[in-house]
Design a protein around this ligand. Structure first.
Ligand code: PGA
Length: 238
């Protein structure tokens, strides 16, 4: 079964998030695991109003601190669980750009695994690395720090070439396939899946699904019909 993940980033207000849910509730599907990751504030809208039980809620981040305590501004995994959150996107390049370190990402991964939330760990290269480095080099540069984590439970890896995000351009499909296969060998953990993110849309979804376990979708997930259209492509691959 394919996994289709929506990353709404900071692109929805109450009205657009509620309108999305109303529209999305008209669609029915199964044999696809659909995850919607709204902002922290909009998680309760999905928790309360999404009707299709195939739709799971994800967070776009999670605190590296596991326990309740004096950590102003943080939202920990135990709080996310209370609102039905089952997945958490971790280490997205936009957060790494804001200063998130490998150490932070290790702690966040351990925190969500501890709570039973499935991490969606993002990795990907900049354009200059894409042009100058081998696939093996990129994988060991970006994922090497994970050797410190003792994996337990399911882990999802999202290969997201940074230069592809929001650009409308994706790498050659053979390149993506070799990146995913190399990462799979490198991680070598049975309970892992590898999805692709970066400018996913209706026109490229089918070929991307043929070489991956699913998709991480930004812009094309903001409109309920467009997102549903991609889900139907994933259903064909069930
Ligand atoms: P995009 O974003 O689909 O708009 O390129 C993907 C992401 O950043 O997760």
């Amino acid at each position: 079964m394919k996994l289709v993940v929506a990353n709404w980033k900071m692109n929805m207000d109450i009205t657009s998030a509620s309108d999305f849910v109303t529209k999305f509730n008209e669609f029915w599907f199964n044999d696809v695991e659909v995850v919607i990751c709204p902002s922290m504030l909009h998680i309760p809208i999905l928790h309360n109003y999404i009707r299709n039980s195939s739709v799971k809620i994800g967070a776009q981040d999670c605190s590296k601190f596991q326990d309740f305590g004096p950590k102003t501004g943080e939202v920990c995994a135990k709080m996310l669980i209370e609102f039905g959150v089952k997945y958490a996107i971790l280490g997205h390049s936009e957060r790494r750009n804001m200063g998130e370190s490998d150490e932070d990402l290790i702690l966040k991964t351990e925190a969500v695994l501890e709570s039973g939330i499935t991490p969606i760990i993002c990795f990907g290269e900049q354009k200059d690395e894409y042009l100058s480095s081998s696939v093996e080099q990129i994988v060991s540069d970006k994922l090497g720090f994970l050797s410190k984590i003792k994996f337990k439970n399911k882990i999802i890896f999202a290969y997201e070439p940074i230069w592809s995000i929001g650009s409308g351009i994706i790498p050659d499909i053979h390149y993506i396939k070799s990146m995913i296969n190399t990462a799979k060998d490198f991680i070598n953990y049975d309970d892992s899946s590898f999805i692709y993110g970066g400018s996913v849309d209706i026109n490229n979804a089918q070929s991307l699904l043929s070489i991956s376990d699913g998709l991480l979708i930004g812009n094309a997930s903001l409109n309920a019909e467009r997102f549903y259209h991609i889900i139907t492509e994933a259903q064909k691959n069930a």
